[in-house]
Design a protein around this ligand. Structure first.
Ligand SMILES: *[C@@H]1O[C@H](CO)[C@@H](O)[C@H](O)[C@H]1NC(C)=O
Ligand SMILES: *[C@@H]1O[C@H](CO)[C@@H](O)[C@H](O)[C@H]1NC(C)=O
Ligand SMILES: *[C@@H]1O[C@H](CO)[C@@H](O)[C@H](O)[C@H]1NC(C)=O
Length: 453
C-alpha cells in the first residue's frame, strides 16, 4: 500500500497524473484504482460494453511470493500503484477502453487496418517532412493522456512525483524508467532491468514503438502514421542518414548542426547516472542536455554490423537460452541485442543493436537516454523487422516465448510501464496481429544474392 502521507503529499504537489492522468488523482491513488470514466461517463466504458474495472489477481509467477519483500516499484507492475485497472473487451484498448487495439480502427474498433513501415530512404521528400513535422509536434505538445513519474530517492515512496511532459517525452521517459536497475532489499541489482539484457528485449521494444505510433496517430489525427526504419546493415559503417536533409549532421564535438531538424531538442531525464533517483532533471528543464551524436568517432565502436551479421543472427533456432541474460549462448535474442557475436553465438562481442547505439555515440550511446534521439525509432524499427523475419522463419508465437527467471522478463509479467497492463508474451506475436508489416526495400545492391531480408 502507498502510505497515506505519500498520497497527501502527491495531492499537495498538484498532481493530476505512462501514468494515465485520470489515475494520478488523489482519489485514484488512495483507492488504488485506475479505472477512468470513458466518454459515455461510465468507468472503463462499461455502459457501452467496452470494458470493465477489474481487481487484478496475482498472476502465477515463480517470483510472486518474494515480490513483496523486494522494494522496486516496477515489480509485479502495476501493483505498486493500483489493484484495479480496466480490462477491455473485444478490440477495445486504452486506460479507459476508449482506444482500439493496435491494428484496429473504426467506432467499434471492428475494422482491421494494415500499415507498411517503410525504410526511411523510401520516403518521398514530402513524406519525410511530414514525419519531421509530426515529431516536432509530439516534442512540443503536452501529453493530454499521460503523466511521467520522478523520484529524488527511489528508496522513499514519499519522494515520488508526477509531472506533465510532451507526447514524445512521455515516450522517452518510459525507456528511462524501465531501464533503471532493479532495487532488491535496498540494494541495486545492476544485472537486471525491465527492457534489456533478457528475453523481454524484443517484445518490450515492439510494444514500445507501437505505443508511440498510436500516441502520434491520435495527436496528429493521422491514422496512417508509421515509424520508418533504417537498415544500416548495407551502409558500410557509415550513418548515411546523419545528414541535414534527413536526421541531421553533427560537428566534431557531437553537437547537431544548427540547420538540423532536431538541433533544438533536449533530452528528458538527462542526468540518468544517479541510480537512486528517477529522472531528476525533469524538475529543472533548463538543465536538460541537447541531443548529441558522433557517428563512428569512437575508435572502439567505429563499425556497424553488416548484412552478413544480420543473416548470421537469423540462423539461431532458439529465441533465447539459459541463463537468459547477456551470457546466453546460441541465442537469437542475445545476438540481436548485440552481446554475442552472431557468427559463432558464443563469443562476447558488441554487435547488432548494441553496436549501433555505441557507434552513434552521444545520446544514443547512453542507453537510458537513447530514445530521446529520434534516430532511435528507425534503429529499433529495423531491429523489430529482424525480429519479425526470425519469427516468420521459426513459426514463433506467444506460446513459444520462454519461461525464465529474470525479474520482469517472464511471459506473464506485465510490460513496464504499460497502462492498462499488457503481458510480455502478448507482444511476441506477428506484426500482422498489430496491423503492420515491413517493406522489402534493400538500400544498396551490395548484399549477398541469397540474402533473406
Ligand atoms: C567500406 O569502407 C571501408 C572503410 O571506410 C573501405 O575501405 C571500403 O572500401 C568500403 N567498401 C565499400 C564496398 O564501399
Ligand atoms: C548470467 O546468469 C548466470 C546464472 O544466473 C550468472 O552466473 C551470470 O553471472 C550472469 N551473467 C551476467 C553477466 O550477469
Ligand atoms: C539479480 O537479478 C537476477 C534475476 O533477474 C537474479 O538471478 C540475481 O540473483 C539477482 N542478483 C542478486 C544479487 O540478487
Amino acid at each position: 500500500m502507498l502510505p497515506t502521507l505519500l498520497l497527501l503529499s502527491l495531492c499537495l504537489s498538484g498532481v493530476l497524473s505512462l501514468f494515465p492522468k485520470a489515475c494520478t488523482t488523489e482519489e485514484a491513488l488512495k483507492e488504488r484504482c485506475c479505472c477512468p470514466r470513458a466518454q459515455d461517463g461510465s468507468m472503463c466504458g462499461a455502459a457501452s460494453r467496452r470494458g470493465r474495472c477489474k481487481f487484478m489477481h496475482a498472476a502465477p509467477h515463480t517470483h510472486r511470493k518474494s515480490y513483496r519483500q523486494q522494494n522496486d516499484d516496477r515489480l509485479d507492475w502495476p501493483r505498486e500503484f493500483y489493484d484495479s485497472v480496466c480490462v477491455c473487451s473485444g478490440n477495445y484498448d486504452g486506460a479507459d477502453c476508449g482506444d482500439c487495439k493496435f491494428g484496429y480502427t473504426g467506432e467499434r474498433c471492428e475494422t482491421k487496418k494494415m500499415t507498411v513501415r517503410k525504410e526511411v530512404r523510401e520516403l518521398s521528400r514530402q513524406e519525410l517532412l511530414k514525419f519531421f513535422s509530426y515529431l516536432s509536434l509530439a516534442k512540443m505538445k503536452v501529453s493530454a493522456r499521460y503523466h511521467i513519474m520522478t523520484a529524488s530517492n527511489r528508496h522513499e515512496r514519499s519522494t515520488f512525483r508526477f509531472h506533465e511532459a510532451s507526447v514524445y517525452d512521455v515516450f522517452a521517459w518510459a525507456h528511462y524508467y524501465s531501464f533503471q536497475p532493479l532495487l532488491q532489499n535496498d540494494e541495486f541489482n545492476l544485472t537486471t532491468n525491465f527492457a534489456h539484457e533478457g528475453p523481454a528485449f524484443p517484445p518490450w521494444h515492439r510494444w514500445y514503438l507501437l505505443f508511440l505510433e498510436r500516441e502520434m496517430q491520435i495527436l496528429t489525427k493521422d491514422p496512417d502514421f508509421f515509424i520508418p526504419y533504417y537498415d544500416w546493415s548495407r551502409d558500410n559503417s557509415t550513418c548515411t542518414i546523419c545528414t541535414n536533409p534527413i536526421m541531421g549532421a553533427s560537428d566534431s564535438q557531437g553537437v547537431l548542426t544548427s540547420s538540423s531538424y532536431f538541433a533544438s531538442w533536449k533530452s528528458i531525464c538527462s542526468g540518468f547516472n544517479y541510480i537512486d533517483k528517477y529522472c531528476p532533471v525533469a524538475e529543472d528543464p533548463c538543465r536538460m542536455e541537447p541531443l548529441h551524436r558522433n557517428p563512428g568517432a569512437d575508435p572502439s565502436n567505429n563499425r556497424l554490423s553488416s548484412f552478413q551479421d544480420v543473416e548470421d543472427a537469423l540462423k539461431w533456432k532458439d529465441f533465447d537460452t539459459p541463463p537468459f541474460n547477456i551470457s546466453a549462448k546460441r541465442s537469437f535474442r542475445n545476438c540481436l541485442e548485440g552481446f554475442m557475436d552472431p557468427t559463432n553465438g558464443v563469443v562476447r562481442r558488441r554487435s547488432m543493436h548494441n553496436l549501433f547505439h555505441m557507434f552513434m555515440g552521444g545520446t544514443m550511446s547512453q542507453v537510458p537516454l537513447s530514445s530521446n534521439d529520434p534516430i532511435f525509432l528507425m534503429h529499433h524499427a529495423f531491429i523489430d523487422k529482424i525480429l519479425e523475419l526470425w519469427m516468420e522463419k521459426t513459426n514463433a508465437t506467444s506460446e513459444t516465448y520462454p519461461q525464465n527467471n529474470i525479474f520482469g522478463h517472464g511471459p506473464e509479467d506485465n510490460i513496464v510501464p504499460s497502462m492498462p497492463p499488457v503481458r510480455i508474451k502478448d507482444y511476441f506475436q506477428s506484426t500482422k496481429v498489430f496491423g503492420y508489416t515491413y517493406s522489402n526495400y534493400t538500400p544498396h545492391a551490395n548484399g549477398s544474392p541469397n540474402s533473406q531480408y
